[in-house]
Design a binder for this molecule. Sequence first.
Ligand SMILES: [Zn+2]
Length: 121
Amino acid sequence: MSAIDTAEYRKLLEDEQARLLHAVGFLERENPGSISDELGELAEGGIDNHLGDTATAMYDRELDEGLEEGARETLVEINAERIEAGTYGICEGCGKPIGAERLAAIPWARLCIDDRRRANS
Ligand SMILES: [Zn+2]
């Protein structure tokens, strides 16, 4: 069992997911057809639609491929179903709990810091 407060992290994940979906939706209107196939299911998966204007204002500025790519990758990383499944906060590499500090910095982290470093090397 994990000692972390999953309700708190669920909110963090859902907030970030909503923010990114909003941003991706905006990018889609700028660059149609590049992202909807992969995220269509997610976008229709019950995300509340009452998003603020902050994300739009932010992403109004520098719109480029890198931003869309980053948002898409992070959306894939954010998998709130892991909370339901009870695997949230557990490293997918070694099966040990991911440190609370790491989760605080990257709530959607799926690997502990050691495995992340290994994956990057
Ligand atoms: Zn690990």
